[in-house]
Write a protein that binds this ligand. Structure first.
Ligand code: FES
Length: 367
């Protein structure tokens, strides 16, 4: 039972400044201070960001928007960024990154979580997270920003790629952005059109906004586009500035389209699934995990995070997309290939991100 309400706990933030200075100078242990602070309220900490779950609402058949209120340490966060959220499941700390759909000045924020076929943490959040629960969040990251000076903006989203773009769009319209904005959201089924009611409401209130959905898994209605992303869908649309977000294959197609001819505007993109390796697929390799004292069979196609997990190891991780650095680990011997760029890293002693690195031959990891 909290000794103080969350609204009051949030006001302690500035008063904690002297304690932060003492902790930074080594005079006080942050962990000890956090133990005392959490007695006042479960979300209160010196520096770390904790948040209480305030609401849950389904925004599509397979997507849940989670309303949170943070403890006052989430400074400078913006819609469109992503945060890594932590939860302990069966004694194992799990982390996953989600986009910020909204950020309020009073510490309220909203994340959206999509159901994943094998997404242990995501599916637990959808099915079992309760209002009142307390979660830890890492600092927000991400560079997507609204092109305030653009003469027109084109937003292309696939699946849960809608979430950061909606966050940016909401904020831009609320701040009076009046240039034409077109949003195309690609989904497989109509029931996956996340936030569709809100988007229709925004269209009704903002004549400069047009939203269309593209459906690939069922017959589209007359006002919908058919199939996956294709250049025809963009015919006649203003595209001075383009923001794209979705799976790697989708974003790669959009980038190819953008780069096919010279353009004046600016392209920003973000992808949330690691690309699949095609080169050397299936080549057998040996994986040595130094701290675990294990040597195991692996392959040169899959990323090292998945391969380690398949053997029962539990490397720390977050986004699984090469963004958060949560899976960084030292490469002690051998070489790995970055699955996003193809860039090679050769050991020993260099840090690699397990979730986007595939081994090229035998490797040894400090794990
Ligand atoms: S888990 Fe985030 S970079 Fe690998």
């Amino acid at each position: 039972m909290p000794l103080v309400p969350l609204s009051l706990a949030r006001r302690f933030g500035p008063a904690l400044g002297p304690l932060r200075a003492l902790s930074a100078g080594g005079w006080l242990q942050e962990a000890d201070l956090d133990c005392l602070l959490r007695l006042l309220h479960p979300v209160l900490r010196l520096n770390r960001v904790f948040a209480r779950v305030e609401s849950r609402r389904w925004v599509a058949d397979d997507m849940l928007a989670i309303g949170l209120r943070t403890n006052g340490n989430a400074r400078g966060w913006r819609p469109g960024q992503h945060v890594r959220l932590y939860l302990e499941l069966d004694g194992v700390r799990q982390g996953r990154s989600y986009s910020l759909v909204s950020v309020q000045e009073d510490g309220r924020l909203e994340l959206a979580v999509k159901r994943q076929p094998h997404g242990r943490l995501s599916n637990w959040l959808l099915d079992r997270l309760e209002v009142g629960s307390v979660l830890e969040l890492d600092p927000a990251r991400g560079d997507l920003d609204w092109p305030q000076d653009a003469s027109s903006v084109l937003l292309l989203a696939a699946g849960s790629g809608i979430t950061p773009l909606l966050g940016l769009l909401r904020q831009a319209l609320a701040r009076g952005f009046t240039a034409p904005v077109t949003l195309l959201h690609y989904v497989r089924h109509r029931a996956q059109r996340a936030f569709s009611e809100e988007l229709q409401g925004l269209m009704a209130r903002h004549p400069n906004l047009q939203v269309r959905w593209a459906i690939s898994g069922e017959t589209p209605a007359a006002d919908e586009l058919a199939g996956r992303f294709q250049a025809d869908h963009l015919a006649g649309l203003p595209s001075h500035s383009l923001l794209a977000c979705g799976p790697h294959g989708f974003v790669a197609c959009v980038r190819d389209w953008w780069q096919a001819e010279p353009r004046d505007g600016r392209l920003q993109w973000e992808t949330f699934t690691a690309p699949v390796s095609t080169a050397e697929a299936g080549q057998a390799v040996r994986l040595r995990f130094a701290r675990s004292h294990r040597e195991l069979p692996g392959n040169s196609a899959a990323n090292l995070l998945e391969q380690a997990e398949a053997h029962g190891l539990r490397p720390p991780h977050g986004c699984r997309q090469g963004i958060c650095t949560g899976c960084t680990c030292q490469l002690l011997a051998g070489s790995v290939r970055d699955l996003r760029t193809g860039a090679m890293t050769h050991g020993p002693g260099l840090p690699i991100r397990l979730c986007v690195s595939a081994p090229v031959g035998d490797v040894e990891l400090e794990l």
